[in-house]
Design a protein around this ligand. Structure first.
Ligand code: ADP
Ligand code: MG
Length: 251
């Protein structure tokens, strides 16, 4: 469904990564792992043309997204739901209004249809009863779930999650992991999950892509990852496990 070919990106004279090749199949869940600053979020932002590469192409359903008329790019973008790292919710309005917002902008539904659809999405993330609360009143885990409800409200074919469990305690992280799995299963969605939480990666992903040393350093299934003898990958996994055992919370 998403095919990345020979992708390279720099900001000014600073290379993020080069020559990235990766195919994400329909319905699978890919984890993008790597150190902070390795370019995970930058890679994700190329998947729906929020960023433009220096070289290379991204194909979504065999369409080159950097070579589309704007109206078509807009349609492709609408087929992606994004859970941004900070949540990116509007704090001054209610949880319900945050979820209804994309429908008001991008759909032609009536007010009552919008209400029903937004409520349905809040129910899907187990938040049926909090719609009227202002976003500022919600816990970190609840904010992530509201963000997820908003991300699915336009019925995307692909969900992009940027560090969905960062800053959450282990139990709340696991609730989010369960939701990621449930979204993939129930909505038959393709998922891309950026994470440096190996517990989460092992739980939710079918395959993992390791970005390191300015390239896609390793790409394979979770079973292959467990047995990999790739030195940098093994070191990264060990460091992540050590961090979890030391603090109980991913940092
Ligand atoms: N819009 C931007 N302008 C300039 N530099 C950026 C921009 N976005 C990201 N970068 C830089 O690109 C590198 C990779 O960033 P990012 O993808 O956010 O890393 P991470 O793997 O932590 O998600 C970092 O050095 C970051 O400072
Ligand atoms: Mg990031």
């Amino acid at each position: 469904m998403i095919r990345i070919e020979n992708l390279s990106k720099s900001f000014g004279s600073s290379l993020v990564w080069e020559n990235v090749n990766m195919t994400i199949e329909e319905g699978e869940t890919i984890a993008i792992i790597g150190k902070s600053g390795s370019g995970k979020s930058v890679l994700m932002k190329h998947m729906n043309a929020l960023l433009v590469p220096d070289e290379g192409q991204v194909y979504v359903k065999d369409r080159n997204i950097f070579d589309l008329p704007y109206a078509e790019l807009r349609r492709i973008r609408q087929s992606f739901g994004i859970l941004f790292q900070g949540g990116a919710l509007f704090d001054s309005i209610t949880a319900f209004e945050n979820v209804a917002f994309p429908l008001q902008y991008f759909s032609s539904l009536s007010e009552s249809e919008i209400r029903d659809r937004a409520m349905e999405c809040l129910e899907q993330v187990n938040l049926a009863d909090i719609g009227s609360k202002s976003t500022a009143e919600l816990s970190g885990g609840m904010k992530k779930r509201v963000g997820l409800a908003r991300a699915i409200v336009l019925e995307p074919e692909c969900l992009l999650y940027d560090e969905p469990t960062s800053g959450l305690d282990p139990q709340t992280s696991d609730e989010i992991n369960d939701l990621i799995i449930r979204m993939a299963d129930e909505l038959e969605i393709t998922s891309v999950v950026i994470s440096h939480d190996m517990h989460s990666v092992l739980k939710v992903a079918d395959r993992a892509a390791f970005i390191d040393k300015q390239k896609l350093s390793w790409f394979g299934t979770i079973d292959e990852m467990k047995n990999a003898d790739h030195e940098d990958l093994v070191r990264f996994i060990r460091a992540s496990e050590y961090q979890i055992s030391k603090t109980g919370v991913e940092s």
